[in-house]
Design a protein around this ligand. Structure first.
Ligand code: TXA
Ligand code: MG
Length: 359
């Protein structure tokens, strides 16, 4: 069914000026409509998490497998207790030190949250975004808001309104355009397990909040038992702890190739040389790859500079660049292999999941 979509342009500094419009969107959200809005990480496709009919629409709109649970967003830390139970001192510390912000904590779910949100699990991912538009919208709606990234399942997350419009215009009543998102990759997802002799913090999805940031937060106080922090991917588990981990992700239409050694790209590029070849990297990488492509007679090249300053820029630009390559019909994207420390670890986690080859 075709719906008329209103696109509402708001900037973070102007939230109070646009309060009447936001109130209208919040009311629709409360009453069971799905609306798209910016957060500091990526755009979200939000619905009232207490209303199963509304939640169902999200899975249909995104074509999302129903066993992949959604994150519930609340407007402040004080609201968390309405949706979930904080069970121990480590969860409490992570919440107090790192929220609001780009982190999601898996907690024990309360009854009010629709079972569709959590795909039947007894836990729920909770996040308090710091983006002012998101905070105000959720606050005005008066309900917890479940929101996955605002993209068709499997595609790169939406970090600008144009992408959301391309995928959801005519399908939902409101899209809030808040410009490009600051962080550009999704929140860090963590789960705390209390064991007999220790607390174990598992990073289920790395994000802008790094392992080092979590360590620092943990070190702000003393606990009754030692606290260990690990990436869940380092453990082999038959059933993934975070159901989202088992699906192919973040993939543009173009094939992504991670380049460790430039000399190895020749066979792949030769096969596709008639199409447009994309390059995503820092200036030195761009220059070296371009020189090599020209040497093997590739003419149709599209370069995107991944960052001007540091890895924070790389995070911000990754999905935005993937979407640009797709709009330009690149057949291949040659991506620089970044150092996997700090935020670089989280960025490369996304790139690897989207990649067809590593050479
Ligand atoms: O930054 C973000 O987190 C964005 C913005 C919109 O807030 N949202 C987002 O949602 O990335 P989504 O649905 O694309 O990713 C949610 C991730 C999935 O990997 C899912 O499996 C995991 O969180 N997750 C959600 N609830 C969970 C639970 N109860 N237990 C384990 N993993 C869970
Ligand atoms: Mg997603």
């Amino acid at each position: 069914m075709q719906v008329f979509t209103r696109i509402i342009r708001v900037r973070n500094e102007e939230v109070e000026r646009e309060i009447k419009l936001l109130r209208e969107v919040a009311l629709a959200l409360r009453n069971g409509e799905v609306v798209a809005f910016p957060t500091e990480t990526v755009y979200g496709l939000g619905a009232n998490a207490t209303n199963s009919e509304a939640v169902k629409k999200i899975f249909e709109l995104k074509n999302r497998p129903s066993d992949n649970p959604l994150i519930v967003h609340v407007s402040s830390k004080e609201e968390i207790g309405k949706c979930a139970v904080v069970s121990n001192e480590v969860e409490e510390t992570i919440i107090n030190t790192l929220m609001p912000g780009p982190i999601t904590v898996i907690l024990r779910k309360k009854e009010v949250i629709s079972p569709l949100v959590t795909a039947g699990l007894d836990t729920v991912g909770i996040r308090v975004p710091y983006n002012t538009i998101a905070q105000k919208l959720i606050e005005l709606s008066g309900v917890p808001v479940c929101a996955p990234s605002a993209n068709i399942s499997g595609k790169p997350s939406a970090t600008d309104s144009q992408t959301v419009i391309e995928e959801f215009s005519g399908r939902i009543p409101f899209i809030i355009d808040g410009g490009r998102t600051h962080i550009g990759i999704e929140s860090t997802v963590v789960m705390v397990k209390e064991e007999e002799r220790r607390f174990s913090v598992l990073i289920l999805r790395p994000g802008f909040v790094t392992k080092e940031d979590i360590e620092e937060a943990i070190n702000t106080r003393r606990f009754s038992k030692p606290v260990e922090i690990n990436y869940s991917e380092e453990f082999s588990v038959d059933t993934p702890l975070s159901p989202g981990q088992k699906y192919r992700h973040y993939s543009p239409v173009s094939h992504v190739v991670i380049v460790k050694n430039i000399k190895n790209i020749e066979p792949i590029v030769k096969e596709l040389r008639n199409g447009k070849i994309g390059i995503l990297g820092r200036p030195k990488f761009l220059k070296e790859v371009r020189r090599f492509l020209e040497y093997i007679n590739v003419k149709n090249i599209l370069e995107i500079e991944w960052c001007k300053y540091d890895l924070i820029d790389c995070a911000r630009n990754l999905f935005f660049a993937y979407r640009m390559f797709d709009r330009e019909n690149a057949v291949l994207i040659l991506v620089e292999n970044l150092e996997e420390s700090g935020i670089g670890y989280s960025i490369m986690n996304r790139v690897k999941k989207s990649a067809t080859y590593i050479v």
